[in-house]
Design a protein around this ligand. Structure first.
Ligand SMILES: [Zn+2]
Length: 457
């Protein structure tokens, strides 16, 4: 069965077969964080799901150029620096490091290229100059603005009438704009703000041009995939297309546009009662990070995902079952093999809920089978399926115990077995005594059809 990746392309509004321009080196750009604070869990959905895509592309093509930028020039950063009385770099260095740490905790591998806007100011200025030369941008009162009326394709991604788009997006009205939809490529800086010398005076770039310049610098004028949250579709991505295509003589900027849906907090008291709990930095300290990753993959990436404590808890229990199966198979030697059913699910526009259902099915098979050869195959498939999704790569003892103390795990397991034997012998006093002893140690027992599972609370 030939594998063929199909992706929903926001630009054409269709699911299309994906083939990279260079079969040995697909290119992908994902809009990264603006580093002025810890990121919200909603901002982790893109990196997690597009990280699964990056792994798939690497498997299929043997190579990938994946860039995810760091926006380190932004007015929100300037405001944070001023408020805290520190240099800009104190803010950006701190939160870029926290971002890398938080993504690593969620099992997100670093991209191949992590460009920072401050390191690409020369490329940004060159692109702005080219846009002015070609009649797509103009200088006014120290600002340089992109003239949206100069690009016929403006609005082709968001596919809305320009007037309607402007009404929906809060567009800054300024006297120096020829058209209210024109957006800033370059703006002047006062001495208290970060600024760079440019043909238009000391200033700094607008946000949109940063991505266009960094994508071109590292991936070329036409890239295979551009991805990000659906909230970036307009105006950010629309403006990236306008800048890049006008600077590059009309050449297509991105062949595929992928947009992940947003997280909602409809049923959640947690976002309201505890102000900071939905930050990744806090969540990874309060829950097993792998359960957060599982939760983020539990809905299709284009759909909204309702985030709640119940979702995290359900994800943790599912992983308990899966790791329980791996623990039961700990004596079986197996080589991870990614099952075809997992590849098929991911080929279907990254259908991770389908892939997770397959993971559960494979685990069920592994639990039922008694034959050694079948158990080895099932374990290899379970590990391989986990690998494709960035799950199940810990030692089961580490998942259940947190510390992975094998000797103590064996002692707890012996007590759990003894309790089961006591119950079978109707020695309920002994069974209860063991349960109490384990509870005092913080070990929680759960009766499942496959037997008793335990974990440290
Ligand atoms: Zn961007």
């Amino acid at each position: 069965m030939p594998m063929s990746l199909h992706l929903y392309n926001s630009l054409t509004r269709r699911v299309e077969a994906f083939q990279p321009l260079d079969p040995a080196r697909p290119t992908m750009y994902v809009c990264g964080p603006t580093v002025y604070n810890y990121v919200h869990i909603g901002n982790a959905r893109g990196p997690v799901v597009f990280g699964v895509l990056a792994d798939l592309l690497r498997r299929r093509h043997g190579g990938l150029a994946y860039a995810r930028n760091i926006t380190d020039i932004d007015d929100k950063i300037n405001a944070a620096a001023r408020e805290q009385g520190v240099p800009i770099s104190a803010i950006t260095d701190r939160f870029a490091a926290a971002y890398r740490e938080d993504m690593a905790a969620l099992g997100v591998a670093p991209p191949d290229i992590e460009p920072e806007a401050t390191a690409h100011v020369a490329e940004i200025i060159a692109m702005v100059e080219r846009l002015i030369e070609r009649g797509h941008a103009y200088e006014a009162e120290g600002h340089v603005l992109f003239a949206v009326g100069s690009f016929d394709g403006y609005g082709k991604l968001a596919r809305r009438d320009l007037r309607e788009m402007l009404a929906g997006a809060r567009v800054e009205v300024a006297p120096y704009k020829r058209d209210p939809g024109d957006f800033v490529l370059w703006k002047p800086s006062t001495p208290d703000l970060p600024g760079w010398e440019s043909p238009w005076g000391v200033g700094r770039p607008g946000w949109h041009i940063e991505c266009s310049a960094m994508a071109a610098a590292h991936l070329g004028e036409t890239i295979d995939i551009h991805a990000g949250g659906v909230d970036l579709q307009f105006p950010h991505h629309e403006n990236e297309i306008a800048q890049s295509e006008c600077a590059h003589g009309g050449r297509t900027f991105a062949r595929f546009w992928l947009h992940n849906g947003m997280l909602t907090f409809g049923g959640a008291k947690m976002s309201k009662s505890v102000g900071n709990i939905e930050k990744v930095h806090d969540l990874v300290r309060e829950h097993p990070p792998e359960a957060l990753r599982y939760a983020l993959l539990s809905a299709h990436y284009r759909q909204p995902l309702d985030w709640s404590d119940a979702l995290i808890e359900q994800s943790r229990r599912t992983l308990d079952r899966l790791y329980g199966t791996l623990r039961d198979l700990s004596g079986v030697d197996a080589t991870p093999v990614i099952p075809a059913s997992i590849e098929t699910a991911l080929d279907d526009d990254l259908n991770t809920p389908q892939a997770l259902a397959e993971l559960a099915r494979i685990a069920g098979e592994a639990r039922r089978t008694g034959d050694d050869e079948a158990r080895a195959r099932a374990k290899g498939e379970l590990l391989g399926a986990g690998l494709a999704l960035g799950l199940l790569q810990q030692d089961p003892a580490q998942w259940f115990g947190g510390g992975g103390d094998d000797g103590d795990d064996a002692r707890v397991q012996a007590l759990v077995d003894e309790r089961a034997a006591a119950k079978k012998a109707r020695d309920f006093a002994r069974a209860d005594a063991i349960r109490d002893q384990l509870a005092a140690e913080g070990v929680l027992l759960e009766d499942t059809p496959a037997g008793v599972r335990w974990r440290r609370g």
